[in-house]
Design a protein around this ligand. Structure first.
Ligand code: GRG
Length: 282
């Protein structure tokens, strides 16, 4: 039966994907403290938005549901990178958070050294999974190239560096947009573009535009949610820079642009990526 909404897709695919993550990390990581720390953060209640976007893009490109497990290593690699970035972001020398997703952060549970190493392990292991995946060589190389470009010093790591070094300086709109694009949007863009390229969908300007708009919208929604909770009062965020109302307007425009971009995409079933946009209305 065809899956027509992102929520339904998430519900149907997630159990097997979660099992895959746990089984593979449990069998592959032999060092017990490292294994425990890596599994603790991977299984601490993340929404799995990035891997599900990757798999939804694969499915929307015409791959059958039964064949999606062939893409679990690639989708898993994105989740490992995302998890490492959160562990390191929470460290005392970065954001210094005690809790994430309602649970103790990695360094609070295991200590700072083990938390750094759990992050290092997840980052490196992501590329092991990409290299070992069932996809053909050119698809694997494309995935390695896109992920290292968007998650590394040309993408997410650069954004994080700007974030921690410009903490005391008020950034202007362009600087803040670049920071958010790198820190948050680039990994989300990678999920969608890797999904398309793995599924032989010719990567168009439209899909890249959808991915970039969704990536930035993701950060704006997170900033608005945190502002509602009274967090981030003196941080570089859009609500602090341009106000809540204007940030909401900006978010609506990003979602509208993302919708228009994906609707222009040819030879692609648009239903799942259109319905993902409901995420920004919640
Ligand atoms: C340490 C190199 C390095 C990078 C850290 C991602 C990041 C860069 C920092 C996190 C800061 C943050 C909370 C940004 C807001 C957007 C975002 C990435 C939210 C968390 O993503 P979700 O909502 O998280 O997908 P879950 O918990 O569902 O996995």
């Amino acid at each position: 039966m065809e899956i027509t909404t992102f929520d339904e897709f998430h519900k149907r695919i997630l159990p097997a994907f979660d099992q895959f993550l746990t089984d593979r990390l449990t069998t592959e990581i032999k060092q017990p403290t490292l294994r425990d720390a890596m599994l603790y953060s991977v299984n601490s209640g993340g929404k799995r938005v990035r891997p599900m976007l990757l798999l939804a893009t694969v499915y929307s490109s015409g791959v059958a549901q039964a064949d999606l497990p062939k893409y679990f290593e690639v989708a898993g690699a994105i989740e490992l990178i995302h998890t490492y970035s959160l562990i390191h972001d929470d460290l005392p020398e970065m954001d210094n958070d005690d809790y994430r997703r309602g649970q103790l952060t990695s360094h609070k549970k295991f200590g700072t050294g083990p938390a750094v190493l759990a992050g290092d392990g997840l980052l490196t292991h992501a590329f092991y999974w990409l290299a070992k995946s069932e996809l053909n060589t050119s698809k694997r190389m494309a995935a390695v190239r896109i992920l290292s470009h968007n998650a590394g010093p040309m993408g997410m790591v650069a954004g994080q560096m700007t974030d921690i070094t410009k903490e005391d300086k008020q950034l202007n709109i362009d600087e803040l947009t670049t920071l958010h694009k790198q820190k948050t949007a680039d990994l989300i863009t990678a999920a969608i573009t890797i999904g398309a390229s793995c599924a032989d969908h010719s990567l168009s300007k439209n899909l890249v535009e959808y991915a970039e708009k969704v990536g930035l919208a993701f950060q704006l929604k997170d900033d608005l949610d945190d502002a509602d909770d009274g967090e981030d009062v003196d941080k570089n965020t859009f609500p602090n820079l341009i106000g809540k109302k204007e940030t909401e307007e900006k978010l609506r425009n990003l979602v509208k642009d993302a919708l228009n971009a994906v609707l222009r995409e040819e030879k692609f079933d648009k239903k799942l990526l259109v319905s993902f946009l409901d995420y920004f209305k919640k």
